[in-house]
Design a protein around this ligand. Sequence first.
Ligand code: PMV
Length: 359
Amino acid sequence: MHGMPSQKDNFLTTGKLGWRSPSNIALVKYWGKFSRQLPSNPSISFTLTNAHTETWLKYVPKEDDGVIDVRFRLDGMKKMAFATRIKRYFESLLPEMPFLSCFSFRITSSNTFPHSSGIASSASAMSALALCICELESQIFDLAFNGVDLMHRASYIARLGSGSASRSVYPVMVSWGKHPAYEGSSNEYSMPVPFQIDEVFTRFHDDILIVSKEEKKVSSSEGHKLMTHHTFAKMRYDQARDNMTKIKRALINGDLKAFGQIVELEALSIHSLMMTSVPSYILMLPNTLAIIQKIRAFREANKVPIYFTLDAGPNVHVLYPHHMVNEAKAFIQESLLEHCYQNMVIEDKVGQGPISLKK
Ligand code: PMV
């Protein structure tokens, strides 16, 4: 979007900036993409609080030879695989961020959730990184002065690294992808939902039950690819669009029952798509199903609003409103912990989005 400024000397300074950005959990799921990281269907998510990444970007001017120079450390350790991924990401951004080849970058990151706990870290990691480079861009080109919104730009840039990361830059409840019932929506970037949600959804909990810490056998990007020729692809995209309309109604009306029905159906739908992909694969484990069955039985027996959703993995996100907190936590302790890897739970809740870290 921006060319190089004419007076390079003005921006070739050394500096450091940092962002803390949260993960998010999709309620209507993005599954399948086309072109350059565009979603085959719209999605909507809760922004989380505790599961987040902190990223610092140190930049030192170098000769602009068109080459990207990045070094990366996660929790103080060199991680070559991540460094290579970031280098490729920066290279892919060069046409619209040519200043990236004018600096040597030293990037350090840490996650609050244990590394490879099975929690998708790409949303928090990619959004934190995107915020860092967008803030640098904003400083160089004085974008705030020119009316460019940093979060809007960061959502777009984060999307190019990881689709779901585009949703992590805004608070509470965020949608991504074109949908007629979501005014101003676009496939290119996310936005805070363009309607007033009932207060009950602003204080929701998400306790993430870690069933396994193993790395997934099939990555999300491979999963997205398998949707291209999937027998149920068209039906799935129609279903997701329909669920976006239905969940909007539930969110506005504070209809917990309708909300839970849609969210659980969404989770099981994307796992059904994995099972019916060619080749087929299954990411749920016996303990995933045991937890799901127990949540449903508890809900029926006690007539309480407690629901589950799943990411692309075996871990179970237990969703419930704040007024249920004591009952839900007791239930998790007494009945669900036994199905978790080393009794591991990440207690999280709806959050307020990224924050800038002071130098
Ligand atoms: O953003 P990706 O490529 O990691 O894909 C995320 C896919 C799901 O987490 C399963 C769903 C979603 O919308 O976040």
